[in-house]
Design a binder for this molecule. Sequence first.
Ligand SMILES: *Cc1c(COP(=O)(O)O)cnc(C)c1O
Length: 413
Amino acid sequence: MSAEKSAPAHAPTNQFAVLAGEMSVGGQPLSRLAARVGRTPFYAYDRSLLSRRVEELRAVLPASVKLHYAMKANPMPALVGHMAGLVDGIDVASGGELKVALDAGADPREVSFAGPGKSVGELRQAVAAGILVNVESFREIGELATIARELGLPARVAVRVNPDFELKSSGMKMGGGPKQFGIDAELVPEALAEIGRQGLAFEGFHLFAGSQNLKAEAIVEAQQKSVAAARRFMADAPSPVRFLNLGGGFGIPYFPGEQRLDLAPIGANLAELAASIGTDMPEASIVIELGRYLVGEAGIYVTRVVDRKVSRGQVFLVTDGGLNHHLSASGNFGQVIRKNYPVAIGNRMDAADRESVSVVGPLCTPLDILADKMELAKAEPGDLVVVFQSGAYGASASPQAFLGHPPVVEVLV
Ligand SMILES: *Cc1c(COP(=O)(O)O)cnc(C)c1O
């Protein structure tokens, strides 16, 4: 076989220990874990890594900053239950997620609901539950006023702002320019007046400028601009600001050459911001709401090799799962140019015999790729392919019904 150039080093994956040549999750060797799950493919999430990530963040964030989990990154109920015990609150993006958050034991006072197009039914659920709604349109303000009167309950609201700036070098932009998210910054005074007129319980602002950012300076700048914007809006607020939600956007490394986010400058900046709002917004807490950063590195996707084929000199490992379970790793979830996630043969971590292979799923489409010409341990049918950095935007963000294979199993270890 022609020697292909070896793949460059990928993002760090040393969070999972290797025991006797096998990678392990929560102390369990992969082959044993696969046996206890009973079938492949599956996602495994490591409890201790989730806990450790929250501890690491707490160590650099000022104590006054509230840490929320944006559960759309991974809504598995057992995982949300674990996270609910670690963070200060949960951010939900639908009525379905609200149910999971409440089932998990989240305190409704610390649950917030963001997302465009909240239905009347979802807004009713939110008011009845007593959670905070980040309003994103004048329609939502009007609906909430009606619902609050009907139910005889306060409608707690914050204004989600579509800022007039965006998070630089962010993987997915969610602010700046025309957007479906939030109320345009220039219309915020009018929204605040309407909230006051309708007698809604105003509690603060939500500004979220983007996602998957690995540059601390860009996050610091966006957070400074967000606080400055909240200061401008404050004068028009019908009551004191209690929550200043600065969103998330903290990225994790996926691809060759990407480095872990440097938290120290972000923590220092948040400490300064928290101190600076102490005088003009004495009742306000800063909230950051993170999805990917909290859970992404704690999860793996595991799929078994079904076939090993050689096509015109190129080796293909065909696995029992692919983009139907892991759209992100296939490169079809928000990537412009497809790059390989970190991948390994999980039961052959120390193997010296390596080769360049493409790992493809079982779907009848050329889009179903998990690894494109990567150097991996030489594998055979029955071996276990592991995709790292898979704890966020995995199972729930994938088209599981596509081609009619069974849904993926998820375990929390
Ligand atoms: C998706 C989302 C998040 C989480 O984004 P991550 O990039 O996963 O941290 C936070 N807040 C809101 C409103 C979101 O929609």
